[in-house]
Ligand binder design. Sequence first.
Ligand code: ZN
Length: 244
Amino acid sequence: MNLLEIAERPSPNYGRRDEPMRIDMLVLHYTGMTTAAAALDRLCDPAARVSAHYLVDEDGAIWRLVSETRRAFHAGRSCWAGEHDLNRVSIGIEIVNPGHQWGYRPFPEQQMAAVEALCRDLVSRFSIPPHGVVGHSDIAPDRKSDPGELFDWARLARAGIGVWPPAGAETARGRGRGVGLLERAASLADLAMIGYRVTPGSEAVALTAFQRRFRPERWDGRLDAETAQRLAEVRAAYDRARRH
Ligand SMILES: [Zn+2]
């Protein structure tokens, strides 16, 4: 039974999914526009060639733009855990927020409750594993910073959506303190094993994306001892999730 109230706002921007259909990821975004109406208009504008399956407004209203059985255009050039065609395997959710460009602000409770309910339903119907739930910045860290450091991933994880291990007591002591070369190599390996694309020269953008999501107090792209410890914790949690 589906108790979610969802309004229809069909977008012409979609494609076919491959057969057999595979959906095992969720990609969360913010709209990055000044109003929900402007975002809906753009996501339904054939000239824009962008869309998402759902949009969640700040008051908790949910809109369906593209059927789950179709491919929406939300991920763009992206990569996660070796998968390069994220639109093929995912459901995309746009969460209304002006974003870093237009006045980034906290996501209201009604909105988070709706996001949680929608994700819970999708995770359950498609058996989306915790390690398949990502933010746009996780899969395109060089271009994107959504949904950003104010997004409450811990709350979703408590509802069984995504991976977000609590930080250990030790972790907080290492903020700002540098790490040695060996530890740096191990940390970059952790980053790649979690799913981030790490290539020579791109380490700082991948680290920034990781920090936005898992150590949101500071996202400077620097590998300090706190980030290294957090990487080890998060990698262990992803390893556990993938073994299930
Ligand atoms: Zn996005």
